[in-house]
Write a protein that binds this ligand. Sequence first.
Ligand code: OAD
Length: 269
Amino acid sequence: MNANWYKTIDPELIEHGARLVAQSRRLVVLTGAGVSAESGIPTFREASTGLWARYDPQQLATVEGFLENPKLVWEWYSYRRTLVAGASPNPGHRALARLEQILPSLVVITQNIDGLHRRAGSSRIIELHGNINRVKCFRGDEIYENWSDEDYKGEVPPRCSKCNSFLRPDVVWFGESLPEREIGEAFYNTENCDLMLVVGTSGQVQPAASLPAAARHKGAKILEINPQPSGISFLADILLQAKSGDILPVLTEKAEKLKELEGREGTPE
Ligand code: OAD
């Protein structure tokens, strides 16, 4: 952790954010790749380190790319599965899991496919872009949970045991629709929340990027956490320019103390 980050944010802004969190009755957290950056998982759009700065999304994250070179695409996702398997949830993920204990209404809506929120202990998670550890039949409905590259020794990509089509990762590629249930639940929770934390997303990819505006439209406050301004910053009531692994534990601890105080004051003698 960079010890100086705390000094660069107005402490009153952090207190204000913690009060909003503690007072929230229906909290939604929208996360993007930035929340996993401190676990060593690369983001997409950051200059030079982002995946899309080094790899071509047309080749690796579209149906057309898969049809052109299924082996290359399968192997790229295998490589990313290995990265995810070797990574651990960071203090940002863990703070959100802790926050769910304090605010049981909390729902995490994530664009991440790495499963780290669940591994950190969050339980109410909406995965908008799928999950890299799940694979599915390219043509049919067959789903294979917890795919293990280590246990598989055959041809690549593997084939569906039912229809013999190729298997592919169960993630959303460019040009594909988001899973219906997940996007429905995401908008339902968004439109019924009173506070949305927007953490580590550039706000460039729809429809996820339109959730903060939908929340705000219904009267929710927006608290953004991102070291850099994003496409969503103009909507934020509070922008905490810090790494999520640094600021989320602080916000959670402060909100927890405020809730404890609220509990004590609310208990009759
Ligand atoms: P991006 O790579 O577009 O943005 C990552 C954001 O995280 C940037 O705004 C960074 O400033 C911020 N960030 C970096 N480190 C951070 C940290 N330690 N703490 C907090 N924030 C940090 O990633 P997403 O917005 O998630 O979709 O991208 C959205 C979608 O685009 C992805 O789900 C993926 C991609 O194409 C698909 O693959 C379908």
